[in-house]
Design a protein around this ligand. Structure first.
Ligand SMILES: Cc1ncc(COP(=O)(O)OP(=O)(O)O)c(N)n1
Ligand code: TZP
Ligand code: MG
Length: 489
């Protein structure tokens, strides 16, 4: 076989949903959205549509085995997941093949019952899954009813989710993610037990019947990110963000529960539409020039900032040393990987080529940079941020406002970070510009954890900062304060 590095390739071991919204179809659509190559072992077929499951037809074990043989003879599988496995015989066959081919990064989505109530795993299958399959997995992702069956206890709240996760871990699987969507309450809590580390992820409870395939989609997103080299924790966090982004915008297809819009994440038009104020609200602008040309410091700081809750990173390379294009591309690609893992948007300052080649989400341009028209013509997939410093610039840019994602307004306060900054416009200048536009206003220039509240009160929809982060000796606290000030106004 060729020694060439392989494109990240993943495997779903699951049942087919003829209705296309769940099962291996949901998995493969999700994998496409995350830009990994997907392969599948079909463990059985269902005759199914958005109204329910009309029939289930397990595949013969020899057919399951033959598919494993074909896939493993050719592909380098970086991560795999299981979905509906139907019964004890198929669970055993899958477990055997997972061992035979030493499949790593296996996520078991212990699918037991379809959304409409149809059983997708019999009782003996559940027992075999507990005894034989879980110990071969990296992670198991039960929902509440599945966690109850696996743990043998009933679950009515977060505390019980935690207890159940420990009981499931004791079955031999090192990491457990219990999905709390079935519990009552306005928010959804998902509880993760990764080794001895625990954390809770929240999501909005979306008031829609179109939740079919959510478990498949979440686990497919997790293995796609694992295949791209993300840590398990980052993969879970980013997959949760993906769910929160696509759940509110289902597809109205069929006459029953409809479907998730799996491609939404990567469709720029849709991403633009689904961007909330929150997703643009805290931007870290940074480059090597802001961190004494120390690459590890840059990447470390960006990762920490993403973890802490910054929502956008802008890669802006200014400073006395020249950083050549090749190096900037290398950095931008690394930043893209980091940001994607946390569901953070990456913008590139000034350079449209760099934004295209690094697959950044957007580009930020000033008044004298590439025109908005030219960017849209060349790279319609890019989100666009545009600097506005004065009413005159706003007037000149009004024709472009419909095409752009946000305007960067400032400097609001004096700043020493940008050597050629225009005069500070103050809170009054910010207010005046805000009053003239519908597009989100991201304030920049001299903003820090103390004055952020005033900036928000003047009408800013978000903040962009450099020194508030690069000079902070308590970054998590700094970001927390930026978040708090935004929430307070
Ligand atoms: C969010 C945000 N707002 C304004 C700017 C300034 O951009 P620009 O006018 O292109 O100046 P330089 O950044 O190139 O010095 C920004 N980068 N980000
Ligand atoms: C890039 C830029 N554009 C206007 S002011 C500025 C610099 C912001 O840096 P700081 O947050 O350290 O004042
Ligand atoms: Mg610029």
């Amino acid at each position: 076989m060729s020694e060439k590095r392989q494109y990240p390739t993943v495997l779903t071991i699951a049942g087919s949903d003829s209705g296309g919204g769940a099962g291996l179809q949901a998995d493969m659509k999700t994998m496409q959205a995350f830009e990994v190559f997907s392969t599948c072992v079909v463990v059985g077929l269902t005759a199914q549509n958005t109204l329910g499951v009309q029939g289930a037809y397990p595949a013969d074990e020899s057919v399951v085995r033959a598919q494993f043989e074909s896939i493993m003879a050719d592909f380098e599988i970086r991560a795999a997941k299981t979905g509906a496995l139907f019964d004890e015989r198929r669970v055993k066959e899958v477990a055997k093949n997972v061992s035979r081919y030493k499949i790593k990064n296996l996520v078991v989505d212990p699918v037991m019952v379809a959304k409409g109530g149809a059983p997708l795993l019999d009782e003996d299958g559940v027992r075999t899954m507990k005894e034989d399959l879980l110990k071969r997995a990296l992670l198991v992702t039960p929902n509440i009813p599945e966690a109850e069956l696996l743990s043998g206890m009933s679950i009515g709240n977060l505390e019980e989710m935690k207890k159940a996760a420990s009981k499931i871990q004791a079955l031999g699987v090192p990491n457990v993610l219990v999905k709390g969507g079935h519990l009552a309450g306005e928010k959804v809590y998902n509880f993760a037990l990764l080794g001895s580390e625990t954390f809770v992820l929240t999501g909005e409870k979306v008031n829609t019947a179109r939740k079919h395939g959510t478990g498949d989609t979440l686990s497919a997103a997790i293995i796609s990110l694992l295949a791209k080299g993300c840590s398990l924790k980052s993969a879970i966090i980013a997959a949760n963000d993906y769910m929160n982004a696509i759940l509110p915008q289902p597809l109205f297809t069929g006459h029953g529960h409809g479907s998730l819009n799996h491609g939404l994440w990567k469709n720029p038009e849709k991403v633009r539409e689904s961007l909330t104020g929150e997703s643009l609200s805290r931007q870290l602008v940074i480059g090597l020039g802001n961190v004494q040309y120390d690459e590890q410091k840059l990447l470390g700081l960006v990762e920490e900032a993403c973890q802490a809750g910054m929502t956008v990173v802008q890669y802006r390379e200014k400073g006395e040393k020249r950083v050549d294009f090749e190096k900037r591309l290398e950095i931008a690609r690394k930043l893209k990987g980091l940001c994607a893992a946390y569901g953070v948007l990456l913008f590139i300052d000034d350079d449209v080529d760099l934004a295209i080649l690094s697959k950044a989400d957007g580009v930020h341009v000033g008044q004298d940079d590439t025109s908005v028209e030219a960017i849209v013509e060349r790279a319609p997939e890019l989100l666009i941020g545009l600097s506005i410093s004065t009413m005159q610039e706003l007037e000149k840019s009004k024709k472009d406002l419909a095409q752009i994602t946000y305007i960067g307004v400032g400097p609001v306060y004096e700043t020493t970070t940008k050597t050629d900054a225009k005069p500070a416009i103050g809170l009054e200048g910010l207010k005046a510009i805000k009053n003239q536009v519908k597009v989100p206003v991201i304030a920049i220039g001299g903003i820090n954890e103390e004055n952020a509240v005033a900036v928000y009160s003047a009408g800013a929809d978000g903040l962009a900062v450099i020194s508030a982060i690069t000079n902070s000796d308590h970054l998590i606290e700094t970001v927390k304060k930026l978040i708090k000030h935004g929430e307070a106004t």
